[in-house]
Design a protein around this ligand. Structure first.
Ligand code: FES
Ligand code: FES
Length: 193
């Protein structure tokens, strides 16, 4: 009898450790997906580990760096803080889904033109936030506003000036040119005067 009671307790404990799989159906980059998942799975882990879409990056895993930014129903979210189980019927867009195959999104072209990345680790999150920032209307009203609305995206390589230029060029707030073309290289004589 005692053994039976212990068996039930063990079973309950085991069930506590392993939640029942949860099924969701959602749209991912234009395709319907149905997945069975542990309800504790975050969206960034679903994308990277289960659906093999490594474009979305995991930096801090704590909502502090913006590397994991994707769009859910057209709005930017931190996928490390989003439980995938909450996304039934949602529309999710990742960096892999922002433009048709073999074409670049205008902001990706601007990142190339402006040399807006160094190691590139933050770049997918910067681009997803940048697209949202433009659509929210925060990229045209001056550099300070764009900086403020991109402040959740950290770049350990400090590519910020060129990221800002790429963003504002895509929004039409600056002419589409390489920011380096405005840099004047002074001769030693000019620098001394
Ligand atoms: S990995 Fe999500 S905010 Fe840093
Ligand atoms: S380009 Fe290296 S972290 Fe931003």
């Amino acid at each position: 009898m005692a053994g039976n009671v212990m068996g039930q307790a063990d079973q309950a404990q085991e069930q506590g450790r392993t939640p029942t799989p949860h099924e969701i159906t959602f749209e991912l980059n234009g395709n319907q997906q149905t997945v069975q998942l542990d309800p504790r799975t975050t969206l960034v882990d679903l994308l990277r580990e289960h659906l093999h879409l490594p474009g979305t990056k995991k930096g801090c895993d704590h909502g502090a760096c913006g590397a994991c930014t994707v769009h859910v129903n057209g709005e930017r979210v931190l996928s490390c803080l989003t439980l995938a189980a909450t996304l039934n019927d949602a529309k999710v867009t990742t960096i892999e889904g922002i433009s048709p195959e073999d074409e670049l999104h205008p902001i990706q072209e601007a990142f190339l033109r402006c040399d807006a990345y160094q190691c590139g680790y933050c770049t997918p999150g910067q681009i997803m936030s940048g697209i949202a920032c433009i659509e929210e209307g925060h990229a045209r009203n001056g550099e300070e506003e764009a900086r403020e609305w991109m402040s959740g995206n950290l770049c350990r390589c400090s590519a910020y000036p060129n990221i800002l230029a790429a963003l504002r060029q895509t929004a039409g707030a600056e002419s589409a040119e390489d920011p380096a073309s405005k840099v004047k290289v002074l001769s030693l004589k000019e620098a001394r005067n």
